[in-house]
Design a protein. Structure first.
Length: 368
């Protein structure tokens, strides 16, 4: 946070502190004419508090949009978003916003400019879903410029309509799943099997510890997720929403697999003269398996098999199989950790054509 500086100029005192950059250059807000240092410091403290709460009211025509993005990221995103979200936002800022808006000033980002930006994205191979996400992030950045910063009067993105991505759930057949398993190294089996039998997210699976597995009651608790940090580190963080924290029942088949894997880990620990690992997903060296390692390995295997499968499809498959075989949408929502049942309904239920046919048959049978 910027510090208040004071200095004496002639017979009076002046305060100053750093604010948002203008034209790529560092900018300071200052005011003089105070009779005493105490009076100057009190006024400077008040002015800085107002700035911290509302932002420095610079002329939008003098603020480069890319400078504003840095300011928004530091003062809004870093403070109010989880690390994983920060990384995602920064990738969008770095790879999409900054190259396109390079020479724009904040007040020159009009609805027409925003619309052209979105149309440019549509000409790339980016998915509709990702373009929608980029648009939402740009909308969030510009909302902050309206309030609390008051840099601009209205958000130009409010006029832009981006087509919502259709939820096409690609289900993996059990045969395809087994083809993939046959190509995996043994220690990669566990995260794939956990995903198949629980529908959990990859970050949730790689964050599991043995304390999360209840072998007596056949349950697994998901209460954290793996976050890969810039620079190579990792963190285990709480999920974004309370609903993502859940304990679910699992099959005896998965429990038996986990028991066998735990025994194998203990053998590795003896050979390596290490303590028994706390984490479930490890290599035979007992090092942690990162989500990115699993995804990269899956890409390699899929190229060998000439198929296109991503890890998140296992979650889709789990949910779709449950819906198709009579599970209620509410049960599936709780199992997957969706914050809203609408998410479950929109993504999975409407996609089940076979269920629709069954519904038609039920009506026919009742009216004949």
């Amino acid at each position: 946070m910027a510090q208040i500086s004071t200095r004496k100029r002639g017979n009076t005192w002046e305060y100053s502190f750093e604010v948002a950059p203008v034209n790529g250059k560092r900018k300071r807000k200052s005011k003089g004419g105070f009779r005493t240092k105490k009076e100057c410091l009190e006024a400077g403290t008040k002015a800085k508090a107002e700035y911290d709460n509302k932002g420095y009211i610079a002329e939008p025509k003098k603020i480069l949009f890319n400078d504003y993005l840095d300011y928004w990221f530091e003062n809004e995103v870093k403070i109010n978003k989880k690390t994983n979200t920060q990384i995602g936002y920064w990738n969008v800022v770095k790879n999409h916003f900054k190259p396109y808006f390079n020479n724009h000033y904040l007040n020159s980002v009009t609805p027409a400019v925003c619309n052209n930006f979105i149309n440019t994205l549509k000409l790339t191979d980016l998915s509709e879903g990702y373009i929608l996400t980029i648009g939402k992030i740009l909308n969030s950045a510009l909302n902050y410029a309206v309030f609390p910063c008051e840099f601009i009067d209205s958000n130009p993105m409010r006029y832009i309509k981006i087509k919502s991505a259709k939820s096409n759930v690609d289900v993996i057949s059990y045969e395809t799943f087994n083809l993939i398993l046959d190509r995996l190294k043994p220690y990669y089996y566990i995260p794939f099997y956990i995903a198949w039998y629980t529908g959990a997210r990859i970050g949730e699976i790689t964050a599991l510890t043995w304390n999360d597995i209840d072998f007596e009651n056949n349950t697994i608790t998901f209460d954290k997720t793996t976050v890969e940090l810039t620079g190579g580190g990792i963190e285990f963080q709480t999920p974004k929403t309370p609903n993502a924290i859940r304990t679910i029942l699992v099959s005896q088949k998965l429990i038996n697999m986990l028991k066998d894997w735990k025994k194998q880990q203990q053998k590795y620990a003896v050979e390596l003269m290490e303590e028994d690992p706390e984490l479930v997903c490890t290599r035979d060296s007992l090092s942690h398996i990162r989500p990115s390692s699993i995804q990269q390995y899956l890409i390699k295997v899929c190229k060998q098999l000439n198929i296109d499968v991503h890890f998140h499809q296992i979650r889709h498959t789990h949910a779709t199989m449950l819906i198709q075989n009579g599970a209620s949408a509410k049960d599936v929502q709780l199992r997957l950790g969706h914050s809203k049942i609408e998410t479950t309904l929109n993504v999975y239920v409407h996609n089940d054509l076979e269920a629709s046919r069954n519904s038609v048959n039920i009506i026919d049978n009742l009216t004949t």
